[in-house]
Write a protein that binds this ligand. Structure first.
Ligand code: AMP
Length: 285
């Protein structure tokens, strides 16, 4: 496994593989890797010849009052995990390497970037689409792997790829959860024991929404009310957003049917977590 720190090294390595006719799969991450990230590595291994993982805590996607400086960083341990999973390339650039002084070009997907996390975290998706575009230009992968865990990010990146005719296929992988239902996240490291227990309410609320849909409840207002009531059991969980939306446009839907996205962001104590569920089958009226 090669660990590359500069964009020119990464471009050269990926260029070599491409010239040999190899298919490159890219997995953009911010490190502090867990089984969710590793599920993307395995998916890439299944359909690509070369698996490349980028590790970069992207300052452009953090707001001024967010956790950029304290975001967990564990490059050595991450590389050991990736090596064990037979990753070929790790791209771990410095901030100066990704954003040299004077950088003034950004990629913004209007509309969908202002919904859900984009509404709560102004500028977040502009940071995401800018860094992912740069990574696509550097690695020029045939496929790139993302988690359904970040459902709004999936919508924004899919639109970016369509709008800018990018020649890359996005592969979206299911949410990996702990045995008790908590969605894996690098930010779970912030949770103390009691907050971790309280965080389980998010998955329970999603499950309740699914249950109501299966029982024939199509009104998103009533279904979200049920989910909200579950979350209200935990005193230190404060909802940022809880919405039923179209997974592509992220527009609210009044009626929930199969394929609708139920998405939640909530503060559990001081830690902001997200979770979501794609409604899988509804009873017909
Ligand atoms: P991050 O390092 O948080 O930027 O995440 C990098 C990629 O891993 C993103 O595409 C995430 O959606 C994905 N990811 C994070 N957590 C999970 C999870 N629990 N299950 C599946 N994918 C995940």
């Amino acid at each position: 496994m090669e660990i590359l720190k500069t964009t020119s090294q990464m471009q050269a390595a990926c260029g070599n593989f491409r010239r040999q006719g190899k298919r490159i799969g890219l997995i953009p991450t911010m490190g502090a890797l867990h089984a969710g990230h590793l599920s993307l590595v395995r998916a890439a291994r299944g359909s690509c010849d070369v698996v490349a993982v980028s590790i970069f805590v992207n300052p452009a996607q953090f707001g001024p009052d967010e956790d950029f400086s304290k975001y967990p960083r564990s490059l050595e341990q991450d590389c050991a995990l990736l090596q064990a999973d037979r990753v070929d390339l790790v791209f771990a650039p410095s901030m100066e390497e990704m954003y040299p002084p004077g950088t003034s070009t950004f990629v913004a997907v209007e509309g969908v970037s202002e919904r859900l996390d984009g509404a709560s975290r102004p500028g977040h998706f502009r940071g995401v689409t800018t860094v992912v575009s740069k990574l696509f230009h550097i690695a020029m992968p045939q496929q790139a792997f993302f988690g359904q865990k970040d459902a709004a990010q999936v919508a924004v990146l899919s639109k970016m790829v369509r709008d800018l005719n990018m020649d890359v296929e996005l592969v979206i992988c299911p949410i990996v959860r702990e045995a008790d239902g908590l969605a894996l996240s690098s930010r779970n490291a912030y949770l103390d024991r009691d907050h971790r227990r309280q965080a389980l309410v998010l998955n329970r609320a999603m499950a309740r929404a699914q249950e109501c849909a299966l029982a024939g409840e199509h009104s998103s207002a009533r279904l979200l009310q049920e989910a909200r009531a579950i979350i209200a059991y935990e005193p230190e969980v404060r909802i940022d957003y809880l919405a039923a939306v179209n997974p592509e446009t992220l527009d609210d839907v009044a009626d929930v049917h199969e394929g609708a996205l139920i998405a939640v962001a909530a503060y559990v104590g001081p830690t902001r977590l997200i979770d979501n569920l794609l409604i899988s089958k509804c009873a017909s009226v």
